[in-house]
Design a protein around this ligand. Structure first.
Ligand code: NAD
Length: 498
């Protein structure tokens, strides 16, 4: 029997398009292809953009109350049926059920933020800036906005953007990851059920060809991208060269700095949760623990002990950790363990060949702990994006801080200490966009904005929260005078206040 093919969603209906290219979508816990996904051509993207453009005039004219009503209804659907969406995430991404539900909950926060759109797009008003002259500002939508998302959060990352984009009156073309594309279609159907007019939210599946078509399209006003750093940089440069506003969030290598006075049990729990949750395939995962001596030996013992209790397997079976996304990615991550040994690090816990509660063909790699990692090693420098936690030993706070600040990424970081002064100093001195103090994964709540510094974000605008209102609207300033009959007559000078 031919595999099911997942099509695009354009104009409120399934859209097949002209492209016959497809890519496999795996169930990573079973190692089998469960469906194929259509890969759009430039012409298919053009059709989606034209549809979104046609829907824009009516949607941007829809009242704030109407837009808010749709978002509230979407929130209700998402909440009531999150188990359905969670099952899709587990089947295509592999993350365990509880983690899939957590991802949806974080997306829901942004939907809830967007429900407040009437308040969020309020302008400013200054009366009588000059005699009889008022100035005020309004925020208006951009038009068609593009969203390009990664495999690791197939529901949450699109929800970082589209609820606010839509609430602000834009229409959307989403290009989700081709590795786990079904969540996007589920959300498109849910938005339709919530009363969103057809054509406001469209999904095109694809790879580089469709991304390039979005970046080059004259009718796409902005691009919100999340993915690896090389592609984020490429998207930023090509999109801005085409005159669009672009926010492009990239990769990460997040460090946790542990001072000797920290609660080491809390540190060990946090390192295990943040290092191995979602098999380390999180942009906010902790991948390096920087231990200020003399605590490293004790920490390695506590972390290894906790790791021995972790269960790895099919995400539907109540395990702690699922598989990696593809066989190639699993092999690439496992390859770093050889590099670690060659480079002189100590492989304390080796995740290869662990027993799993799942199919033998799944893309498995167990939690791995590598101690004494040289900072010259690729294991330290590269974003591995898997369940590999590195320990680097330093002698002082200053040495740890310098290490963190010398890296190319600046997404998230954390300090663990009981010294308020040290924590405050770290918060001020660290060159990273999101900082945790005794919190390992400091993802900001929905009413703050999410984003890193340096090679973790190209552009000046973070995701969701207040930055998103700025990104998805254009501000217009209006200077208004209702003339009385005695206006000043002809004056060619530049207007002055008075
Ligand atoms: P990726 O860069 O491979 O893909 C991201 C998107 O870009 C996908 O939609 C993909 O189809 C598209 N793409 C891939 N190659 C392309 C190319 N050559 N030209 C144009 N488009 C291309 O990333 P991924 O593997 O899906 O996701 C993991 C990466 O995302 C990690 O680096 C992770 O750190 C990062 N990430 C960052 C954040 C953040 O907030 N900073 C959040 C989640 C994930």
């Amino acid at each position: 029997m031919a595999a099911e093919i997942l099509d695009h969603w354009v104009g409120g209906a399934v859209f097949t398009g002209e492209s016959t290219r497809t890519a496999p979508v795996y169930n990573p816990a079973k190692g089998v292809v469960q469906k194929e996904v259509r890969l759009a051509s430039a012409a298919d993207v053009d059709h989606a953009v034209a549809t979104a453009k046609a829907a824009f005039p009516a949607w941007s004219e829809a009242s704030l109350a109407k837009r808010q009503t749709v978002l509230f209804a979407f929130r209700e659907i998402l909440n009531a049926r999150k188990a359905e969406l969670g099952a899709i995430l587990t089947a295509e991404h592999g993350k365990v059920t509880s983690d899939a539900l957590g991802e949806i909950a974080r997306g829901l926060e942004v939907v809830e933020f967007a429900c407040g759109i009437p308040h969020l797009v309020k302008g400013e008003y200054s009366e009588n800036v000059s005699t009889g002259v008022d100035v005020y500002s309004v925020r208006q939508p951009l038009g068609v906005v593009g969203i390009i998302s990664p495999f690791n959060f197939p529901a949450m990352v699109p929800m970082w953007f589209f609820p606010i984009a839509i609430a602000a009156g834009n229409t959307v073309v989403l290009k989700p990851s081709e590795k786990d594309p079904s969540a996007a279609i589920w959300m498109a159907e849910a938005l339709q059920e919530a009363g969103l007019p057809d054509g406001v939210f469209n999904v095109v599946h694809g790879d580089k060809e469709s991304v390039d078509a979005i970046l080059d399209h004259a009718d796409v006003a902005s691009v919100s991208f999340v993915g690896s750093t090389p592609i984020a940089k490429y998207v930023y440069e090509r999109g801005t060269a085409a005159g669009k506003r672009v926010q492009a969030l990239g990769g990460a290598k997040n460090h946790m700095l542990v001072l000797p006075d920290a609660d080491l049990d809390l540190v060990a729990d946090s390192a295990v949760n943040a290092g191995f949750g979602s098999a380390g395939e999180r942009c906010m995962a902790i991948s390096v623990l920087v231990a200020v001596e003399p605590v490293a030996d004790e920490l390695v013992a506590k972390i290894s002990e906790r790791m021995s209790g972790l269960t790895v397997g099919d995400g539907t079976r109540g395990c702690d950790m699922g598989p990696l996304i593809t066989r190639e990615h699993r092999d690439k991550v496992a390859g770093y363990l050889d590099v670690a040994v060659t480079d002189g690090a100590e492989l304390v816990v080796d995740g290869r060949g662990i027993e799993v509660d799942g199919d033998a063909d799944g893309f498995w790699l167990g939690p791995t702990l590598v101690d004494k990692v040289p900072t010259t090693s690729a294991v330290y420098r590269d974003e591995i994006f898997g369940p590999v936690l590195s320990i680097v030993r330093v002698q002082s706070y200053e040495e740890g801080l310098e290490l963190i600040n010398s890296g190319r990424y600046g997404n998230g970081t954390a300090i663990f200490t009981n010294d308020g002064g040290a924590a405050r100093r770290f918060q001020r001195e660290v060159q990273v966009g999101m900082v945790g103090i005794n919190v390992p994964i400091p993802v900001p709540v929905g009413y703050y904005s999410f984003g890193g510094w340096k090679d973790s974000l190209f552009g000046d605008t973070k995701a969701y929260g207040p930055d998103a209102i700025h990104f998805f609207t254009r501000q217009k300033a209006v200077t208004s005078r209702w003339l009385d009959p005695s206006h000043g007559g002809i004056n060619l000078g530049f207007p002055q206040n008075g």
